[in-house]
Design a protein around this ligand. Structure first.
Ligand code: C2G
Length: 130
């Protein structure tokens, strides 16, 4: 029985988000997903997400690959979340490659290839032009 944990904003949910959740789940038995809070997203990206945190959590909890959803309130709480959910593997897309290696004594770290071409930023740009 292995537990997988992953994190993300998952704003304007798209197929790249679906793919990583599907592939993360295939690595173990239970998938725990930390959804970045609106405030954390503002710290990370200098803007608030399009969808508020509870809507983003609600979307993620409706995905069949996801077992547990929680709010990720700080980038510095990774170890607490890994321990709270007994995570064996931490999965992130390879845009984060190397950035979580220092947690490797708490969980195995796996970076999966990002789905090319799709991103929340590019979707926002397309919508702006409509
Ligand atoms: N992703 C992907 N392919 C894309 C877009 C995103 O595989 N085309 C992955 C990212 O690599 C990440 C996850 O989907 O693993 C969520 O992406 P974001 O919502 O952009 O997450 P981010 O804001 O980077 O938050 O503590 C870590 C952070 O909270 C990650």
């Amino acid at each position: 029985m292995s537990n997988i944990i992953t994190f993300g904003t998952f704003d304007v949910f798209h197929v790249g988000h679906l793919n990583i959740l599907k592939r993360a789940k295939s690595l173990g038995n239970r998938l725990f997903v930390g959804v970045s809070s609106d405030a954390l997203n503002f710290q990370k990206k200098g803007r608030y997400p399009v969808y508020e945190e509870y809507d983003r959590m609600s979307i993620i909890s409706g995905i069949k690959y996801v077992d547990v959803v929680f709010l990720e309130e700080s980038l510095d709480l990774k170890v607490s979340y890994i321990q709270k959910y007994n995570a064996d593997i931490l999965v992130m897309g390879d845009d984060w490659k190397g950035k979580f290696d220092h947690f490797s004594s708490f969980a195995k770290i796996i970076y999966l290839e990002r789905t090319p071409t799709v991103s929340t930023t590019s979707i926002i740009e397309v919508i702006k032009k409509c």
